[in-house]
Write a protein that binds this ligand. Structure first.
Ligand code: ASP
Ligand code: MG
Length: 418
């Protein structure tokens, strides 16, 4: 039997009626001749509620108990989904992570997969069961404790099962009907993509297009799992949703596939740091130790300060999430006080946003940067920092221009046209 993985997110199982709706979609796939592994999230809002309960009970909570509580939402939906399928006459059984077992590391609340042995579920399929409903987001450590994978982790569970069971595809049912060229709330010209390459999806996912957990895309790319993102509130057809796949499967791709943004960025500049070997390590080491997620880094060309002084100076700029600014500032000031480096001034700008254009076509086309910059110039948007990779160009701009910039770039690259 060809095996399909179907994942239903929180809004798709938000109440009993929606669980029934999702079960109907599972039944259709069984009728089409598939064995199905269903991965479920907790009902929407449930995980937040559970996290709140833990935090209200214990400030410095034991991470093992956090996972014990927070993983429970998925157990409820797994059982209800199996019951609903049974009511429909579909032989189904539910599985908690430890029953499979989904073996993970012991990093509670941020666990990673170690192995997913197939034997138990395969044996159930051999008995005539058609559906295995597995609780997403959870696993079991070598110590035998329940673990969780980090928020949004059910996507990653789904992809891991698709890889482990050689699934024909992994369908991610959610409340949007696919992956868009940009956020439809920012421009009504945003268009649903039929296909998108893993690399592009990875950039879009990590840039703030919240459809899929970034790790799930990484895993899909590594194991070449074909992923489809589609709505559970619409009728499913052959062409529903967006297929996330290998670039070889995409015949004709545009130079730019999408425009992504990230609203909560901050820019920090160390003005007049000494330019000498080891200075970047001296600055970014302490930031890494403090857990600051540094994104863009720009070092200016240096200048000799005055003719008598042999030392050169430079400005070092980096960006990080707004909510990590205080932590970053503390790390830098402490390192300075310990004598790791000196600087003239630390300038912090918390009113910036990042806008990026993404596309695998950039690898073989020149002129994308020029076009991006000139369309921002036409809107009088000042660019503060630029960073590029093989398939992405990102700029930091004033946050108040973010929507305008996204719209302008979407127009400039004609993303509304298929
Ligand atoms: N319920 C978990 C969360 O909200 C996992 C998931 O739904 O992917 O993060
Ligand atoms: Mg999710």
């Amino acid at each position: 039997m060809p095996l399909l993985v179907m994942k239903f997110g929180g809004t798709s199982v938000a109440d009993l009626a929606r669980i029934e709706n999702a079960a109907t979609k599972v039944q259709s796939e069984v009728d089409r001749g598939h064995d199905v592994i269903v991965i479920v999230s907790a009902m929407s809002g449930k995980t937040n509620e559970l996290v709140g309960w833990v935090e209200s009970t214990s400030k410095l909570y034991d991470a093992r108990e956090y996972d014990a509580v927070v993983s429970s939402g998925e157990n409820v939906t797994a059982g209800l989904m199996a019951l609903r399928l049974q009511e429909m006459g579909v032989p189904a059984r539910s599985w908690a992570g430890w029953q499979v077992p989904i073996n993970t590391t012991s990093a509670h609340s941020a666990a990673r997969f170690v192995s997913i042995p197939r034997d138990n579920i395969d044996a159930k399929f051999a008995e005539g069961f058609k559906v295995a409903v597995v609780a997403g987001f959870q696993g079991v450590s070598a110590e035998g404790r329940v673990t969780t994978l980090g928020r949004g982790g059910s996507d990653t569970t789904a992809v891991a099962f698709a890889a482990a069971f050689d699934a024909v595809r992994c369908d991610i049912y959610t409340d949007v009907d696919g992956v868009y060229t940009t956020d439809p709330r920012i421009t009504s010209k945003a268009r649903k993509l039929d296909k998108i390459a893993y690399e592009e999806m990875l950039e879009l996912a990590s840039l703030g297009a919240k459809v899929l957990q970034t790790r799930s895309v990484e895993l899909a790319m590594r194991y070449k799992v074909r992923l489809r993102v589609l709505s559970s509130f619409e009728e499913t057809t052959e062409t529903s949703g967006t297929l996330v796949c290998d670039e070889d499967e995409i015949m004709e791709s545009k130079v730019v596939s999408g425009v992504a943004y990230s609203r909560d960025e901050a820019k920090m500049t160390l003005v007049r740091v000494e330019d000498r070997p080891g200075i970047a390590a001296a600055i970014f080491g302490p930031l890494a130790d403090a857990g600051v997620n540094v994104d863009m880094i720009v070092q200016n060309i240096s200048e000799l300060d005055n003719p008598g002084d042999k030392r050169a100076y430079t400005d070092m700029t980096f960006s990080c999430p707004t909510n990590q600014v205080l932590r970053a500032q503390k790390a830098i000031e402490e390192a300075r006080d310990k004598g790791a480096f000196a600087y003239g001034n630390l300038v912090v700008d918390t009113d910036v946003a990042k806008v990026s254009v993404v596309g695998i076509g950039m690898r073989s086309h020149a002129g994308v940067a020029a076009k991006m910059f000139s369309s921002l110039a036409a809107e009088n948007v000042n660019i503060k920092v630029i960073a590029t990779s093989e398939i992405k160009i990102s700029v930091l701009i004033d946050r108040k221009y973010m929507e305008l910039a996204v719209q302008a770039l979407h127009d400039a690259f004609e993303l509304e046209k298929a």
